[in-house]
Design a protein. Structure first.
Length: 121
């Protein structure tokens, strides 16, 4: 899913698991994304600008937000969230989970070790 504007996912299911890339969705949004009203998303979301909102929904996989803000409210995130501008988590659950197998694929992400982390030593 590629959008030059904002993306709205309402009362919908996208993808069918994250263990296999062919079952996952990859979402590129230029002006934000809103996932709401008991939606379920399985995959990777890359948001370049605008707000990222997950409200009363379930997300399996990874969210990368380089936009203005990232708000998680009444949601369950099973995977990972990276936000360069801020993160608000209210009445939600974030737990480690499987990520879509994207490393080595042309999505622009490379493996890295965070300086000062236990993996560096």
């Amino acid at each position: 899913i590629i959008s030059g504007g904002s993306i709205l996912v309402r009362n919908s299911t996208l993808g069918n698991g994250v263990n296999n890339l062919s079952n996952s969705v990859v979402i590129y949004g230029n002006s934000g994304i809103t996932i709401e009203q008991t939606s379920t998303v399985n995959g990777l979301s890359i948001i370049f600008d605008g707000e990222t909102k997950v409200d009363n929904s379930t997300y399996y996989g990874a969210i990368y937000n380089s936009g203005t803000n990232c708000e998680i409210s009444g949601a369950s995130i099973n995977g990972s969230i990276v936000s360069s501008s801020g993160l608000s988590v209210v009445n939600s659950t974030i737990s480690k989970g499987n990520l879509p197998p994207i490393f080595g694929k042309p999505y622009g992400f490379e493996g890295d070790v965070i300086h000062g982390s236990y993996l560096e030593y």
